[in-house]
Design a binder for this molecule. Structure first.
Ligand code: NAD
Length: 297
C-alpha cells in the first residue's frame, strides 16, 4: 500500500493503533515526546524522523492520538504545526477525545487552509486498540469519511459517520456521560440489594433480564466476584481509569455550560468521580466507584 501515514501520539492507545497500521502494510512514521514509545513502533516495522513536521510535510495522512484539547490545538494550529507543514491534499484525522468546540475550531482552521479534517474519537479502550476492534465515531465531510476508511478499518470494526465536524466528539461525550451515570446507578442498585442480604450475583442476573438491564450490569459488573472477567474481580486493575472517566465527564459539563443544557446527573457523576479520584482511586478502573457507596469488598 502506498499511503504515507504520520502517526503522532504513541501512548496507551496510539501505539497499538499505529502498530495495527504497520501490520496492515502501511508505511507509518511514528512520533511522540517519549522516545521509548517511538522505539516500540520502529521495532514492529514503523519508521520515525527526528523532525516530526518534516515527516508531516511528506504525509498523505496524518493521524493524531493526544491527551486533550490543548495538545490538539497546539499541534495543529501552532506556528510550525501540522496545518503549516502538511502538503495540499493531506487527510487529517484526530482520534483524541477532546471538546467538540475544540474539534470544530481546528477543523475550521484546517478547512480555511484547504485540508479535509475528521474528528474520530474511539471507544473500546486499550484492548480494542490492540485487537483492532475500536468503535470510531466520526465527524467531518462524507468524502473525507470515505477517504479515511482504509485506515480506520485497520484499527476498528465499527466505524460511524456521526455528521459534520465536532459530531464525533459530541457522540463520544454523550456516550461516556451516560456510561459514567449508568455505572453509578448500577453500583447503587447492587449495594441496596446487598444491604438487604441479596447475593449480588443473583440480583445482577435477574436485573439483567429485567428493565434495569444495561452494559455496566451485564458485561462490566462493578461488584467483585459477580463477573470473573470484569476489572472488579481483578482488584479494579486495568480497564478504563477513574481519571479518564473524570476527564470525559468534565468535557460533558463544559459542553453543557456552552450549550446551556441541563445535565444534573452528568454533573453529579463528575463530582462523585472527582471525589473518588481525590481519595486515591484515580488509576483504578471506573467501576471502583462501587467502593464509594459501601464498604470495600
Ligand atoms: P496517553 O497519555 O497514554 O498518550 C498520549 C501520548 O501523546 C503520550 O505518549 C504523549 O507523550 C503524547 N504527546 C502529547 N503531546 C504530544 C506532542 N505534542 N507530540 C507528540 N506526542 C505528544 O493517552 P491515551 O490513553 O493513549 O489516550 C489518548 C486519547 O485517547 C485521549 O484523548 C483519551 O481520552 C482517549 N481515549 C483513551 C482511552 C483509554 O482507554 N486509554 C479510551 C478511549 C479514548
Amino acid at each position: 500500500m502506498s499511503a504515507n501515514i504520520v502517526f503522532i501520539g504513541l501512548g496507551n492507545m496510539g501505539l497499538p493503533m499505529a502498530q495495527n497500521l504497520v501490520k496492515a502494510g502501511f508505511s507509518v512514521s511514528g512520533h511522540d515526546l517519549v522516545k521509548a514509545s517511538v522505539d516500540k513502533l520502529v521495532e514492529v516495522g514503523g519508521k520515525t524522523e527526528a523532525d516530526s513536521m518534516a515527516a508531516v510535510a511528506k504525509a498523505d495522512v496524518v493521524i493524531t492520538m493526544l491527551p486533550a484539547s490543548r495538545h490538539v490545538e497546539s499541534l495543529y494550529l501552532g506556528e510550525a504545526g501540522v496545518l503549516a507543514s502538511a502538503k495540499p491534499g493531506t487527510l487529517l484525522i484526530d482520534c483524541s477525545t477532546i471538546a467538540p468546540e475544540a474539534a470544530r475550531k481546528v477543523a475550521a482552521a484546517a478547512k480555511a487552509r484547504g485540508f479535509e479534517m475528521l474528528d474520530a474519537p474511539v471507544s473500546g479502550g486499550t484492548n480494542g486498540a490492540t485487537a483492532g476492534t475500536l468503535t470510531f465515531m466520526v465527524g467531518g465531510s462524507k468524502e473525507a469519511f470515505e477517504a479515511a476508511q482504509p485506515y480506520l478499518q485497520k484499527m476498528g470494526k465499527a466505524i460511524y459517520h456521526a455528521g459534520e465536524s465536532g459530531s464525533g466528539q459530541t457522540v463520544k461525550v454523550c456516550n461516556n456521560m451516560l456510561l459514567g451515570i449508568l455505572m453509578i446507578g448500577t453500583s447503587e442498585a447492587i449495594r441496596l440489594g446487598m444491604a438487604n442480604g441479596m447475593d449480588p450475583k443473583v440480583l445482577s442476573e435477574i436485573m439483567s433480564k429485567s428493565s434495569g438491564r444495561n452494559w455496566t450490569l451485564e458485561v462490566y459488573n462493578p461488584c467483585p466476584g459477580v463477573m470473573e472477567t470484569a476489572p472488579a474481580s481483578k482488584g479494579y486493575a486495568g480497564g478504563f481509569g477513574v481519571d479518564l472517566m473524570l476527564k470525559d465527564l468534565g468535557l460533558a459539563v463544559e459542553n453543557a455550560l456552552a450549550t446551556n443544557c441541563a445535565i444534573p446527573l452528568g454533573a453529579t457523576a463528575r463530582n462523585l468521580y472527582d471525589i473518588h479520584s481525590m481519595n486515591g482511586a484515580g488509576k483504578l478502573d471506573f467501576s471502583s466507584i462501587f467502593n464509594m457507596l459501601g464498604k470495600a469488598q
